[in-house]
Design a protein around this ligand. Structure first.
Ligand code: ADP
Ligand code: MG
Length: 179
C-alpha cells in the first residue's frame, strides 16, 4: 500500500520486475455512470496478477468502480457484481478471473492469512479489495491504489496511484476516455 509522493527509488514488484516509482493521478466523477466508466477503462488496462486496493468511506463508490472493472475485464453481464461484505470474496470469470474482496468486517490481515489470500493476490487473476486500508500490511507496494473522497452527493474525487509505467497506461486510457 502506498501513500507516497512518487519520489521513491525503484523497487521490484511481487513478480520481481522493476516498475518505477509510485505516481498519482486525480480525476473527478460526477455520477455513478461516470464511476462505472472509469472502472471499465481501468479494467481494460489490468493484467494477470494485478491487485487493486480501494479506499473510501461507505457509499464512496468502491463497489460501483468494481462493477466497471468487471465490465472492463469482460465479466459476463449476467453476473451481478455486489459487495461481498458477508462472503468476504466473490469470484467472477473474465479475461482474467476477478476476485472481489470486501474486508470491512475483518479485524486485520490475520483473518485473510487464515483463508490463504496468497492464492488470490499472487495467482493469475485480478484482485480488487474494498476497504484495503484494513489490510494495508499485506497489500504489495506495487498495487494500484484508488482512493475516493466525497465532494458532494454525486461528485467524487478519485485518486489513483500506481507504479510509474502502470499509472502512465491507466492515465492515458482515462484521458482518452475523457477523464
Ligand atoms: N460519482 C459517483 N460515483 C459512484 N457512486 C456515486 C456517485 N454519485 C453518487 N453515487 C452513489 O453513491 C453510492 C455508491 O455506492 P457503492 O459503490 O456501493 O459504495 P461503496 O462500495 O464505496 O460503499 C451509490 O448509491 C451511487 O449511486
Ligand atoms: Mg462496497
Amino acid at each position: 500500500m502506498s501513500y507516497r509522493n512518487g519520489n521513491e527509488k525503484e523497487s521490484p514488484d511481487h513478480r520481481g520486475e522493476y516498475r518505477g516509482a509510485v505516481m498519482k493521478k486525480c480525476i473527478l466523477s460526477r455520477s455513478n455512470e461516470e464511476t462505472l466508466l472509469i472502472g471499465e477503462i481501468i479494467g481494460r488496462c489490468l493484467v494477470s496478477g494485478d491487485i487493486v486496493a480501494l479506499i473510501g468511506d461507505l457509499g464512496a463508490g468502491k463497489t460501483c468502480l468494481t462493477q466497471g472493472i468487471a465490465r472492463g475485464l469482460g465479466v459476463p453481464k449476467s453476473y451481478a457484481v455486489a459487495s461481498p461484505t458477508f462472503t468476504l470474496i466473490n469470484e467472477y470469470p473474465g479475461r482474467h478471473v476477478l476476485y472481489h474482496l470486501d474486508v470491512y468486517r475483518l479485524s486485520g490481515s490475520k483473518d485473510l492469512e487464515e483463508m490463504g489470500y496468497e492464492d488470490y493476490f499472487y495467482g493469475k487473476g485480478v484482485s480488487v479489495i474494498e476497504w484495503a486500508e484494513k489490510i494495508a500490511d499485506i497489500v504489495p507496494e506495487t498495487a494500484i491504489t484508488i482512493c475516493f473522497a466525497f465532494v458532494d452527493e454525486h461528485l467524487r474525487r478519485i485518486e489513483i496511484s500506481a507504479p510509474e509505467k502502470r499509472l502512465a497506461e491507466i492515465a492515458s486510457a482515462l484521458t482518452g476516455g475523457g477523464f
